[in-house]
Write a protein that binds this ligand. Sequence first.
Ligand SMILES: *[C@@H]1O[C@H](CO)[C@@H](O)[C@H](O)[C@H]1NC(C)=O
Ligand SMILES: *[C@@H]1O[C@H](CO)[C@@H](O)[C@H](O)[C@H]1NC(C)=O
Length: 210
Amino acid sequence: MLLHIVFLISLLLSTYSNASVQDFCVADLKGADGPAGFPCKPPATVISDDFVYPGLAEAGNVTNIINAAVTPAFVGQFPGVNGLGLSAARLDLGPGGVIPLHTHAGANELLLVIHGHITAGFISSGNIVYQKTLKKGELMVFPQGLLHFQVAAGKKGALAFAIFSSANPGLQILDFALFASNFSTPLVTKTTFLDPALVKKLKGVLGGSG
Ligand SMILES: *[C@@H]1O[C@H](CO)[C@@H](O)[C@H](O)[C@H]1NC(C)=O
Ligand SMILES: *[C@@H]1O[C@H](CO)[C@@H](O)[C@H](O)[C@H]1NC(C)=O
């Protein structure tokens, strides 16, 4: 019996020490990004600044067609999150600003409103819309892969931060995929049932071709 316990404890200890052989894996962005992330920078060259990202301190420039800016702190900008399964972004919304319908194929999202009001929501696989107007301090989650949006509510702009459950959440914006790409007008029309004149107009606005 005692032997069994000693054996179990040593097994647990060895599992534990195997799991903690590597504290971190700061991305070497010169390496190739794979499903397991980037290769690690040699630990001897890692410095404190590798674990700090100052890039979300500044407001993004909202002088654009969506009157909004998303500033990412994904692994590409913030190599310290490599392998940690999380990352962040800053959302600046001018008055009337909108983050158009988009998905993150690789991450759940947690949104925290810092100031202003944001109407946010997502559409489930069953085509049910879950939406809410959020105020300062409120959180909303957006499950991985589902289409979702954020819109400034009221007359003022808003600020929010998003936390993602992946170092590399991915981002695909539906309107940009359709109208800023080289997806041909006849096929966009065919696959979306939209009017060709509208498709051409949106391609003109968003810079798509074909
Ligand atoms: C914001 O972007 C607009 C449009 O690209 C540009 O004209 C303007 O100079 C930028 N503002 C700042 C503060 O960078
Ligand atoms: C879109 O453009 C890319 C290159 O930019 C090209 O490889 C691809 O074949 C194009 N697709 C269509 C449908 O024209």
